[in-house]
Design a protein around this ligand. Sequence first.
Ligand SMILES: *Cc1c(COP(=O)(O)O)cnc(C)c1O
Length: 476
Amino acid sequence: MLILKPEIRSPMWQHTIDSIENYINSVHSLNVAPDLNVEDVRNMFQAMDFETPMDPIAAIDFAVHGFKNYQTHTPHRRYFGLFNPAPSTMGIVADSLVAAFNPQLAAWSHNPFAVELEQHLIRMFGVRFGYDPSAMDGTFTSGGAEANHTAVLTALTDIFPEFARKGLRGLSSQPVFYGSTESHHSFVKASRFCGLGTEAHRRIEVNDDLQMDLSILKEQIRKDKENGFVPFLIVGTGGTTNAGVVDPLTDLADLAAEQGLWFHVDAAWGGAAVLVPELKSVLKGIERSDSITFDSHKWLSVPNAAGMFLTKHPTILDQTCHIEAEYVPKDSEGLGVTDPLSHSLQWSRRMIGLKVFLSLAVAGWKGYENTIRHQTEMGNLLRQELQKADWKVVNPTILPVICFVDAKPMQNPNQYYADILSEVLSSGKVWISTTQLGGTRSVLRACITNVLTDADDIRILIHELDGARQKIRGTL
Ligand SMILES: *Cc1c(COP(=O)(O)O)cnc(C)c1O
């Protein structure tokens, strides 16, 4: 029953492919965000008690129906959302191949092809970020959160050689690290998961441009040292989730070097800017980092999830993750190769890199350069159109995340933008969100996330926004 017979498989594959093809072609005419009613979703599972085996085609249809009706359609061209793109076609193919061949990325000898493919990609991306491919290392991760967690762990392991054996309690003073108040919340988790505690994560205020404020950072480091804490890591963000803002990476690199700290750049989304010559300089300084987080399931549009952790320290991942286990095959000993289980928290690991590899192989660097440029241009167009329609863009970035407010100041901005948002979303035609900049300023946020988004989509968004504004203002 688990491995179906060839005569059943064949039409079933075809049905699966047809369902995928149908979704890809029709998603843009669906409501971007369908009504998400808890009861309705749960009711779908009422009859699913697994007592009677189901016909495979009916089972597939059940899943397709569920996805179609009960998800925010992130592959929609007017999903102006949270870095969740439409998955690349080759990425979908890759994930199917991976499921079928089921490579086990624990020991090198179980899948030299998969391991070397991923290592090749890690080095190729390292080069793009300005690392020396012969003096670096890295691993694919479950996402940016794991990559950031890895950064904190490797930094601890590097700066405190006794940490790996004795843990934090073996250290004579409390280690602390720095990121801005706009840095990703995965660092809050990482500080807990590493046993540091959230107080060890110093969240430094941002300046008017939403970048980590350098003078506040310096002052905090000085104070921490004076009070017996031990700084070990500075995190710069290369494109914040909220507003696409890049911290002053070169200054942070200088400061980290001067203070002897690990310098990590979280470029989960914004990192893709290095693939476009005229955007690359926005990340200047990233080449001086000790490590980088980069998510290819964001701006490289591969299916969830394909994070990367890259580091300039060729042995630090081994120092952090290496183990000896009797049952792990030893056939790769002496070959100068890496067992993936010594490079991350994960053990039996799914192959993550193939969806990046096949997407890149077919698009080429040039293909990616063109799509990222196109999306950046659409971001610029959206800024212009918003300004023309009396909205005010408030985040300083050239990357296509646009935070904006009504040009006319409003009494109760929290409520006002929440009302505009719910009105816009109820149309089903577009998806945007609200956020708070610097933790205080309510704004609307739209990010060009889809490679297909074009000028017509931008116009539809503006139209929906204007309609919502008129309606809400009319009721004030
Ligand atoms: C998305 C994001 C993360 C988290 O990555 P996941 O892949 O969702 O785990 C971390 N940092 C930044 C800047 C991000 O945009």
